[in-house]
Structures are given as C-alpha cells and as structure tokens.
Design a protein around this ligand. Structure first.
Ligand code: ATP
Length: 299
C-alpha cells in the first residue's frame, strides 16, 4: 500500500528561550536550528523513512525557503509533488523552545492555503483503494473537505490530524477513518479527553481514534472494539517539536505493514519512535532514521 500526504511544507525556525514571553514583553533568544518542517511534511518524512511508499503533495512560494524545502526533501525517500505559487511567501514556523523541552509555535499557512486543488486531485488519481490519504488542518477548508471526500469515495483509508485547530473540522468527520488528537485538540473538539472523547468521536463516524498525552502516553480506541493504552517510552526530552507528527507517521507506517488499520503494535512502535524524536533538537533532523525505524518495527 501507499500513502498520499496532502499538507503543508514549511521551514521551522527554532529559537531557544529561557521561558515563553508574556504578552508585551521582549525577550532574548538563540537560534537553535533551521530545519524542514510543517505537519504534512513531518508526517510524510516519518512514513517514508518507515518504509511506506509515500507521496507528499504541498505548495510553496518561489523564495529562499522554497529552495530550502526542495533541497531537503530531495534527501528523503519520498515523492514530493510541490506546486510553486507566484507572489506568496513559503510557509514557516517560529518555534520557541524552553530548557525543559516545552514549545510554542506560530505557523504561517499562506502557501498551504494556496495549494491548487487540481494538483492534489491529480496526485490522488494515482491512489488505489486501501491506500492512506493523510491530512492535517493547514490547507483551506474547501480543499480539505473535497480531498477527504474524494479519498473516501475512492476507497482510501483517510487519516486526519486536526491541527492547527480550525472552525471547519466539524464538516470533515464523516469522511475520516482514523483521527490523531493531542490533549488540547481532544478538549477543543470532543469536549473531553480519554475514553469519553474517543466515544464522542466514534459517534461522529470515526473508526479509530488515537489520543496522545505527551509523557502520559497514548490511547487507541476502535469503534465497537478495544481501548488500548500505551505508556510513553522514557526519554530525556530536549525539544518536543514534531513528537505528535513522528507518532502519527510511525503509527501509520507500522500499521501499513499489517494491512492498514492501527493495532497495539503500531501504537507501541509510534511511542518508541517519538521518544527518539523528543530527545533531539530540531524537526526533520530529530526524526528517527530509516535504520532506527526498521529496528523499532522489528520489535
Ligand atoms: P507536538 O505538538 O509537540 O508535536 P503533540 O502535542 O501533538 O506533540 P504529544 O501528545 O505531546 O503530541 O506527544 C505525542 C507522543 O509523543 C506521546 O504520546 C508520547 O508517546 C511521545 N512523547 C511526547 N513527549 C514525550 C516525552 N517527553 N518523553 C517521551 N515521549 C514523549
């Protein structure tokens, strides 16, 4: 099976700060890293490194960040289908990270929102029933809804990460098979966390719900089936940026090896993969390598 990730590509500018700034306060910081990022790209990179044949569909402007994105993606084992859109800025994220590994992120979405729908539909034309369609919250509302609906009609397994939060997500649930949410997304979108949140999301038609809770681990709930809790793997966290994306990418790549739906092994593999990512600084450079993922998936 193959994965089609349709989402954003960005450059993450990570700045180390002693503490997150209060409103109206200027603080000092040090550039910690400049790395390829963006939720869609992160998830695609991890899936591809995990051995899943992956196509990333995304958009950039025509500036220096676009060139950086292209250069870095060329080093990854995935097919990148990037649309260059004239007159817009390539997306970037300002990541503030503190000594205890916490972070706050501001992401621009001008390029993601300009992704031409036809380019994404053309890529999806190559997908076969049972392939993954993987999406997040960075694209425009119409584009996201149309693609998920198309994916569902073509028999793809649709996986959605509702981040960053958008008011239009309520319209998307009927087209989603698997959802990955962290605690704040769960509170905002399901009004609770844990089993209650999973049940609320199953009631909207989602077959499998994964709720991640940082060092408290993660939960996989399958409609009409089991609830599985997997603890986090102990790690010395120095930068948690991309932990959720690593988790989702690794879970899907692991599941793909056994047919596509998530199981206990996929979630355990995802916990091990994200523990590696939080112990390193940066985004792409922090993600587990092909060898590391192969070793995790063998367990
Ligand atoms: P981020 O926004 O930082 O990418 P997230 O908020 O989407 O992450 P989390 O729930 O914080 O997602 O983390 C996802 C998974 O990563 C967790 O379920 C856990 O397995 C792993 N993880 C996160 N933080 C740590 C940590 N400090 N130590 C070990 N594992 C961690």
């Amino acid at each position: 099976m193959r994965a089609f990730v349709i989402g954003n590509a960005a450059i993450d500018e990570t700045i180390s700060v002693d503490g997150l700034p209060e409103p109206g306060v200027s603080i000092l910081g040090r550039i910690a890293s400049r790395d390829l990022g963006g939720k869609g790209t992160n998830q695609a990179v991890v899936m591809a490194r995990g051995g899943l044949e992956t196509t990333l569909v995304s958009a950039t402007g025509e500036d220096f960040r676009s060139a950086m994105i292209r250069e870095q993606l060329a080093e990854e084992p995935l097919a990148a289908r990037l649309s260059s859109v004239a007159g817009i800025s390539t997306d970037f994220s300002m990541v503030l990270t503190t000594p205890d590994g916490e972070n706050s992120i501001v992401t621009t979405t001008e390029a993601a929102e300009a992704l031409p729908l036809e380019a994404a539909l053309e890529a999806l034309g190559e997908a076969a029933p049972g392939d993954f369609l993987v999406m997040q919250g960075n694209l425009g509302a119409e584009t996201t809804e149309t693609l998920l609906k198309t994916g569902r009609e073509r028999g793809l397994v649709t996986a959605f990460n509702p981040s960053p939060l958008r008011p239009y997500f309520e319209r998307l649930w009927p087209f989603i098979d698997i959802a990955f949410l962290n605690e704040s997304e769960s509170l905002s979108l399901a009004g609770s966390t844990g089993r209650k949140a999973a049940e609320a999301l199953h009631a909207k038609g989602i077959r499998q719900v994964v709720l991640t809770a940082g060092t408290d681990g993660a939960m996989l709930s399958t409609a009409g089936g089991d609830l599985i809790h997997i603890p986090a793997v102990k790690a010395k966290a120095i930068d948690t940026t991309g932990a959720g994306d690593t988790f989702m990418g690794a879970a899907l790549a692991s599941a793909a090896r056994r047919g596509g739906m998530l199981d206990q092994r996929a979630i355990s593999h995802a916990a091990a993969a994200s523990a590696l990512a939080v112990a390193r600084r940066g985004t792409r450079r922090a993600f587990p390598s092909r060898d590391e993922l192969a070793e995790i998936f063998a367990g």
